[in-house]
Design a protein around this ligand. Sequence first.
Ligand code: ZN
Ligand code: ZN
Length: 624
Amino acid sequence: MNDRKTLDERQQMTDLERLRHSCAHIMATAILRIWPDAQFAYGPPVENGFYYDFDMPHRITPEDFEKIEAEMRKIAKDNQKFERRVLTRADAQAMAASGRLGGLTERPGNPSRFKLDLIDKIPEGEEISCFQNGDFIDLCAGPHVGYTSKCKNVKLMSVSASFYLGDESKGQLQRLYGTAFESKELLEEHLHRLEEAKKRDHRRLGREMGLFHIDEMVGQGLVLWKPKGALVRRALQEFITAELDKQGYSQVFTPHIGKLDLYRTSGHFPYYQESQYPAIAERDVLEKLADEDASCATLINGLSDGTYEGYLLKPMNCPHHIRIFASDHHSYRDLPVRLAEFGTVYRWEQSGELGGMTRVRGFTQDDAHLFCTPEQVAAEVTGCLDLVKKVLSTLGMNDDRVRLSLRDPASDKYVGSAENWDKAEASLREAVQTLGCEYTEEIGEAAFYGPKIDFVVKDVIGRDWQLGTVQVDYNLPVRFGLSYVGADNQPHIPVMIHRAPFGSMERFTGLLIEHFEGKFPTWLAPEQVRVLPISEKTLDTAEAATAKLADAGVRVTIDRSPDKIGAKIRTARLERVPYMLVIGAREAEDGTVSVRHRDHDDLGAKPLAEFISNITAEIRSRSL
Ligand SMILES: [Zn+2]
Ligand SMILES: [Zn+2]
């Protein structure tokens, strides 16, 4: 059994896991009161709750949950004691054979078949024990809470199919999931968060709002940005670009593929092959090998060992940027060189892991590589942290923290001198401290080529999102033979900093969709204003207003449908358009518009010019 906990691991179960596992016993008790023949297999605590796998003819559906929960509440109210008993192997086997283990009574003709198998899997010499609450006796090493009354804040969540210990050949079981907390408040908070998360799910909102599409015909994990999603991304990229310009970055563009030799030099190939799309062989190599009737193995081995040349869809932007840096001579006076690109990279993720914009196979990093002297590392890292702070606070995400990954001084797996590491680690720590945000230091978590900072933000409903990183790198400049001329007129090796603080545009946009529940602030909204003529009679005035808004740079559309005004407002709100401008006969006559905001209802009539000046100021200041 691969997920069977050792006795040691069981002793380390947290109080909450203990509570949740105890709830699994109570759930089994409740199920048996309704379906006495159920055969229970395995019921561990898991992240956010617990489950129990079992087999019985009745297929549990969510309609059964209330009935089962009602029994569970009774058992909690009865305040049964969880009693542990040590069994000899023979006793345990006899109890299982009689159907008593994982049952409320002996069940002649219905032996506890999974428990029999589990007993066989307990190593010789390990204590075998059972736990009893009320009539229910289960084979279990524990630990448990003392009494069932602790388990009253519980909720059944979902049911799915499973296999006994993950083995498909052993037939299908039912897996019923539940969650439990120490208090009613904590349970309710958790359920509320789940509800919110469902409401905010970027996959659903992305579809409803027409932001992006993932198309089977294009490929799994390959995001198609639809026009509205592309507008959000553009606004975001323009914002980040403006900040990079202020900080002295230079923007570059590089191709989506590169020669295998490039990645052999960087070390990305042939290592990490399992996380890359396979290499692309050159045409004449393929033709030659085809003529020779060669095998795939010949091709793959030849590409890996460099006999044949080929290309790789780029898994990283760094090598391209390095070659840009290397294409010029540099003096210490030119440093730092900061090359930025919204660079698209490709990674091979297992298909089971893909979903929406957060796990993808092609994504665009807000990437940059800084080439600097060792003395400049601290200032560059500080600049990068400032940028992150600015962007996150503009988006209303003020709950962020960083993880500082340092080397393990006892290990010898790191490249670069101890002196440089000390300096880099000190400057990263200093930069983080100056920023004044919460941080943790993780010894031994640094990459072999340098220390790094990872960003984590909390969204409005309290979930952590891992963003991107800042990494110091002593390795690639050496591998690529980079140098600059120092003040001493001698060649020196620059330090390289990789930074993609928001990770990828896909993931970051997914986060923003959920954070705002699709209600983007005006500056980010794909459609900022919708003009709603009340009838045909005011259509011309509405068209003229639309043209004026577009002229002022506002993203505006007009609803020309024959719908009643109430329906038009409803549609616009559903599509989360920040402003609706209603134009009826009176407004047409006065040269005004009736302004409605998706969140604040009626803002009254305003001259069109005044509205335009307000909204353009709001967009320019990127207010929330
Ligand atoms: Zn147990
Ligand atoms: Zn990089």
